[in-house]
Design a protein around this ligand. Structure first.
Ligand SMILES: [Zn+2]
Length: 167
């Protein structure tokens, strides 16, 4: 089985004469919220500095990533380059505020996921040039002339389609 790119061996940081070192983690991820998701084409790039601390390892640095989102006003899809600074502690306690150090490894995936998803805006817009809420005239171009969208379709019409043989 391939080793996760997020699992880092930190054996060298656990000794008494350990010194901080930096590491870069790159991976495509599928993290997402309702209206915004991490790009499936661009990897996240985490530049992490690992510091030896009492009882574990501290991780600081930043992560840059690209998101695909839907503008909540005009519903157009947009892509945004973002970055967020990170800071976390890995140790052998079961403390909720720290992440786990297991053997000589830390898995930074959960930490990065937490930091990235927390940094995302709840409301997304496509920017200052947003044309705003799509008005009905534009809407009509995208729907059929009857004006009856799927939402207003009777459930009985669906049932009728199912019951009628297709021959
Ligand atoms: Zn917009």
């Amino acid at each position: 089985m391939q080793r996760s790119p997020f699992v880092l061996n930190v054996a060298d940081l656990l000794g008494s004469d350990a010194s901080a070192r930096s590491v870069r983690v790159e991976s495509i991820v599928d993290w997402k919220l309702d209206l915004i998701e991490l790009s499936g084409d661009e990897p996240i790039i985490a530049d992490i500095v690992l510091h030896p601390v009492s009882g574990g390892v501290a991780a600081t640095g930043s992560v840059s990533f690209v998101t695909n989102e839907t503008c909540h006003r005009c519903l157009s899809p947009t892509t945004t380059q973002r970055s967020v600074s990170i800071g976390a502690l890995f140790d052998r306690t079961s403390d909720d505020e720290t992440y786990d150090l297991e053997g000589h490894d830390i898995d930074v995936e959960q930490m990065l996921r937490d930091e990235v998803l927390l940094s995302l805006p709840v409301v997304t817009t496509c920017g200052d040039a947003c044309v705003g809420v799509v008005d009905s005239a534009q809407n009509d171009l995208n729907t059929d002339a009857s004006g009856d969208g799927d939402e207003s379709r009777s459930p009985f019409a669906v049932l009728k389609d199912l019951l009628e043989p297709e021959d």
